[in-house]
Design a binder for this molecule. Sequence first.
Ligand code: UDX
Ligand code: ADP
Length: 463
Amino acid sequence: MSITKICCIGAGYVGGPTMAVIAQKCPHIQVTVVDLNEERIAAWNDENVDNIPIYEPGLSDIVAEARGRNLFFSTNVEKAIDEAQIIFISVNTPTKTYGKGKGMAADLKYIELCARQIARIAKDNKIVVEKSTLPVRTAEAIKSILDNTGNGVQFQILSNPEFLAEGTAVTDLLNPDRILIGGDTSVEGQKAIQSLVDVYANWVPADKILTTNVWSSELSKLTANAFLAQRISSVNAMSELCEKTGADVNEVARAIGMDSRIGPKFLKASVGFGGSCFQKDILNLVYIAKSYGLNEVADYWEQVIIMNDHQKRRFSNKMVQTLYNTVADKKIAFLGWAFKKDTNDTRESAAIYIADDLINEQAQIAVYDPKVSSRKVLADLDYLETRTSEKNSANVTSFSDPYEACASAHAIAVLTEWDEFIAYDWQKIYDGMQKPAFVFDGRNILNRVALESIGFIYQGIGS
Ligand code: UDX
Ligand code: ADP
């Protein structure tokens, strides 16, 4: 089937950039991205492309090129479903916060709502593509909902996991390491796979497009994220040992990364990984393993999360200890709130947990992040439900100028690796701070020797 109309349900960090790139690379295909969130769609349609709701380097240029030509953002979910031949489901699948599997399993209520909506509206055959990270065997559930509507429409369900990393979404989408498409082994299933392969073949070389069965595709996504996160927890575990023994984790990482079997990527010790995927996907993997009675497998992967939580807690404890065992009423400046650089996403960001710990110690937190709003910072803390919103507001202030955030602070915590932090006038920052002035570099991006020569007391991770 030649594809001319695609719809994507969910205009978030995955759906938005992915569809923008498909539209740019396939001008003959009409791509409509729909979302229930009116504010979000209005922002995607904002005349000024710099106001689109997701910050990703290069994204606004692509949206400017394709929007109104063959890329559309709308809240009319029904119309888009009705018209499309391929429907991507890109809605959020957070970890469940209630009931069975609470804190572990993925909450599929948004997915199920989408499936029911598609079932209700579709009048002709559709290919439904899972784009969100989903537990293995979700496709089966979607299929069961779609096939039992009784209106005779045929659905093919494909799994097409997204491997883009935030902050580099556009380059990842333009030059993917691989595209993975899982589908049914039946003739109809293979035809559906081919239709989606043909879409990607507009810009991705054929040898990078892999096709598998649905379950392999779903599990590959969880496995890739578990392996990546495991590397970070492994290097973070070594960082603690380095701090005790006088080794430098940056040197250790460089040395082991030159072993071609290990490779240099994802070996950067940090205050802990964040983001919407790693923790959620591993918890999901753990839940699936447990549900099959595979307790050793579950425990093995759970340790990656336990190590990550430990790393965050260890960082805040170390700050308090170093600051003479009290941070009460002390101003602590946070450079960075996003979970990594070049994104405005803060989901599971280590900064949230470090702030939470320090507020428990009655610190005053001053936040500067080049892309995160003060509203978001407070919403992230309120979401933890550790204390009232009023109390969070009383202890946390956001600044739009980093020098103001650091003025008269006792310490600075670097929590996101934004490049601009490196270029600051650190002498000026030092001059404005309480003495002794401390820097806790949770990303190991600053120059220790230069800072120490100014007079700072510097602590990085793992050295
Ligand atoms: C991840 C996967 O990389 C991507 O393929 C998948 O589709 C979604 O999940 P993302 O969460 O956007 O992407 O960012 P990623 O670059 O993987 O970073 C995740 C976290 O790990 C960040 O907090 C980052 O700062 C941290 N990290 C990464 C480290 O602490 N050390 C490293 O060496 C690499
Ligand atoms: P991701 O990182 O997976 O893209 P986001 O939370 O950024 O996650 O985006 C998911 C989007 O899906 C949100 O904007 C949300 O409003 C939207 N969404 C959730 N359920 C539905 C639904 N049934 N119909 C349309 N949009 C939905």
